[in-house]
Design a protein around this ligand. Structure first.
Ligand code: ADP
Ligand code: MG
Length: 510
């Protein structure tokens, strides 16, 4: 080989080495980046983990807080509000009633025809509309004028002109799903807004009165016969169909629960007299807090950025308003840690851009190449061409966040059952009926409603699975979570029926 040949060979070898070094360097860098991203996901998984032992601690904490909230006003983050609902519909209700369901993304107007004599609900008509965004932060007058107009249109359409002129005063059940201090079964004062609403002039005012005024202005002949929370409406419909219903849980835009309590256990209302000896308590469990809850840095940031920091801590880990945004925050962190998503998309910094139904669609993408995940990352979050391996990680993040939410919702539900002795632990007081030498567990139903539970099957499966895990194989067959579709609205109409009949004994606060 001549000098030139040698030079060429050396040059070739050097170039090959340089290329190899670049490839290896790139691979090493990619591997390092992948490890960093994996660390983000693993850290999330660890921080969100909810082994059954931890869930039982949440169960106990829920029961303890319920006691504290019943013992004194302000005794717990759980408000444990009295509802004045001391009787639940039983099938004897008859005639036509209206309902209005306001409390989240949509509002619904309903008309319910009841057969009486246990013949059930003959017919119900529902109309659903989104609440225009600007009305959520406007004035109470604007909001209620809009609602009264929609209600009037609905009534005119349902009754027709001929019927409308013959109708006497119509009775309405009003489902208003924000914390309210009830002053009677049909009136109450707004304590605070949640779920993105902020109409300052309404806080401290009587909610029924606001609606009643707007209806009068429109000349709509209708009376608010019952003002309830969505949980209470759901419980009413649950009980109408199944007498073993002892509680109701809502998991939609927000989350909340109510249950049937003995009047003498409501210590903060000494001298409370009810005809039935019991009353429905609206827990406002969205505000539940315990150090046993698995909280992450993402939850803390979401809370700080929210209009209600330090508030609704349980709700912010569970409900549909927030789950998508937790996932967005994790993807943003992953993207900042390494460039597996390419340059950080500015859309990732937009709060609430990833709505929970989209997150659920990614989670439930069954295609082998995760096509839906790719589409949503591209179209919603502005991240194109994400490799399959990374899409799988995104699905994992959705899974971790949803699983934690569903398992915490299950723990909260069992917490209620524990408080009223229906969790099957500790003998007769825990839901067992003595029968000879054997004791038999009492059947217990919990009415459940809300878009997150009813439309998101992975959430539902995780929640049901956790119920079984916490209660154990022996007890769980006796505890039934029953979907009560449109319960919050139909139930309010049922309660309007229950409380509109003359001679209904009123709750007394001595
Ligand atoms: P609201 O709570 O506003 O009264 P819903 O009970 O219908 O109304 O719940 C609506 C919420 O449920 C939405 O805001 C969304 O967070 C959640 N949701 C609805 N559909 C789905 C879905 N397919 N997957 C996951 N979450 C859903
Ligand atoms: Mg609702």
């Amino acid at each position: 080989m001549g000098k030139v040949g040698l030079g060429l060979a050396v040059g070739w070898a050097a170039a090959t080495c340089a290329i190899a070094a670049v490839i290896v360097g790139r691979r090493v860098r990619r591997r390092r980046e992948w490890r960093r991203v994996m660390a983000v996901v693993e850290e999330l998984e660890e921080a969100c983990s909810t082994p059954v032992g931890r869930l039982r601690q949440v169960v106990d904490a829920m029961a303890v807080e319920m006691h504290a909230g019943l013992a004194s006003e302000g005794g717990s983050k759980l408000k444990m509000l009295i509802t004045f609902v001391d009787r639940l519909p039983n099938g004897s209700e008859k005639d036509t009633y209206y309902a209005l369901d306001l409390g989240g993304t949509y509002f619904r107007v309903l008309r319910v025809q009841l057969g009486g004599d246990r013949s059930g609900i003959l017919r119900h008509d529902v109309e659903r509309q989104p609440i225009p965004q600007h009305l959520m932060t406007s004035t109470s007058e604007d909001l209620f004028d809009f609602i009264a107009s929609s209600l009037q249109e609905f009534v005119q359409k349902e009754e027709g002109v001929s019927e409308a002129s013959t109708v006497k005063k119509r009775e309405l059940g009003f489902t208003f799903s924000f914390p309210v201090k009830q002053t009677s079964v049909s009136s109450g004062i707004l304590i605070k807004w949640t779920k993105g609403f902020a109409i300052e002039d309404m806080v401290g005012r009587d909610v029924s009165e606001c609606l009643q005024q707007a209806m009068s202005k429109k000349g709509l002949n209708m009376r608010v016969a019952a003002l309830v929370n969505d949980t209470v409406g759901t419980m009413a419909l649950g009980h109408y169909h199944d007498k073993d219903t002892v509680a109701a849980v809502i998991i939609g835009t927000g989350t909340n629960a109510c249950y049937w309590e003995r009047a003498d256990a409501i210590i903060k209302c000494q001298g409370l007299l009810t005809t039935s000896g019991g009353m429905v308590i609206n827990m406002e469990w969205g505000n539940f807090w315990s150090t046993h809850l698995p909280r992450t840095s993402y939850d803390i940031e979401l809370d700080v950025d929210s209009p209600n920091p330090n508030d609704q801590g349980f709700e912010k880990m569970i409900s549909g308003m927030y789950l998508g945004d937790i996932v967005r925050r994790v993807i943003l962190r992953m993207s900042q840690e390494a460039d597996i998503f390419g340059p950080v998309s500015p859309k990732l910094s937009e709060p609430f851009i990833l709505r929970t139904p989209l997150m659920a669609a990614m989670h439930e993408d069954n295609s082998s190449d995760l096509r839906e995940v790719a589409r949503i990352l591209n179209e919603v979050l502005g991240i194109p061409d994400v490799p399959l391996k990374v899409r799988k990680l995104v699905v994992k993040v959705c899974d971790v966040v949803t699983q934690r939410a569903a398992r915490l919702a299950a723990a909260g539900t069992v917490g209620i059952l524990k408080k009223i002795g229906r969790d099957g632990r500790g003998g007769v007081t825990s839901g067992r009926i003595k029968g000879g030498s054997h004791s038999k567990m009492r059947r217990t139903a919990v009415a459940i409603e809300g878009g997150l539970y009813t439309s998101y099957s992975m959430f539902r499966e995780y929640m049901n699975e956790a119920m079984t895990e916490i209660l154990g194989e022996d007890i769980s067959p006796y505890v039934i979570l029953k979907i009560t579709e449109d319960g919050s609205g139909i139930g309010a109409a049922l309660l309007a029926a229950t409380y509109s009949s003359p001679g209904v004994a009123n709750v007394q606060l001595l």
